[in-house]
Ligand binder design. Structure first.
Ligand code: ADP
Ligand code: MG
Ligand code: MG
Length: 197
């Protein structure tokens, strides 16, 4: 996997977020402040524009630029969290021009660990981590990772939120999918789509 692969991954993810922005916002209107779709759409569009403009030459540089762009364009919780995921993963990849499945797994695992540390969420707290954690655990098999992320997002429906805005609702957060887990599933499904070619 080279820089072009990573650019295609994020461009594909941006397209999925664009298509599903209304659904993400609806999920966030049930248990948050109804902005997750617009936050992610704005952030991912800025990522695509930045990657098109700067054309970073290595996988690590692609992820670092994408992460930085998300932090600077997405207000709210998701910007710093996704920004941390991608920046930490990009840092782990260093300046390698080609990345194998095992290195991708290690880098994204480091990114997910950093998200957990920044947000203080544990598995089952009804956050994006409930999709991200099983996804990275299934890597380097991207088909399994995409599936695991989708299952992880589905599994947030009966949970009670313990982190983020949704936690203010207490028991009333039960019965709705976590919007960040839903967008994380899109990210890993896009990875599989691009891997499958
Ligand atoms: P905001 O809640 O600030 O409006 P978004 O709506 O864009 O931000 O993103 C909300 C999502 O962020 C949640 O659905 C959840 O997945 C994720 N999130 C919020 N707080 C945390 C946290 N502490 N740890 C991990 N994920 C979190
Ligand atoms: Mg929100
Ligand atoms: Mg908000």
């Amino acid at each position: 996997m080279d820089a072009e692969f990573f650019r295609r991954w994020l461009t594909t993810a941006a397209g999925a977020v664009e298509r599903d922005a209304d659904r993400l916002t609806q999920l966030d209107s049930a248990i948050g402040d109804a902005d997750h779709g617009s936050n992610m759409r704005r952030g991912m569009a800025a990522v695509v524009a930045a990657l098109d403009k700067d054309r970073p030459a290595t996988p690590g540089a692609v992820l670092l630029l994408a992460g930085r762009t998300l932090v600077s364009t997405v207000g709210g919780a998701a910007g710093p969290l996704y920004g941390t995921l991608l920046r930490r993963a990009g840092k782990a990849l260093g300046d390698a021009e080609q990345v194998g499945g095992e290195e991708l797994r290690e880098a994204l695992t480091a990114g997910v660990d950093a998200v957990a540390q920044l947000g203080g969420a544990a598995p089952g707290d009804k956050t994006m981590l409930d999709a991200l954690r099983p996804a990275v655990e299934a890597l380097p098999d991207t088909a399994r990772a995409g599936h695991a992320a989708g299952q992880g997002a589905e599994a947030t429906v009966p949970l009670r939120a313990r982190k983020g805005r949704a936690s203010y609702l207490g028991e009333r957060s039960v019965g709705h999918m976590d919007p960040g887990a839903a967008s994380s599933a899109l990210l890993f499904q896009a990875l599989d789509e691009v891997s499958a070619g």
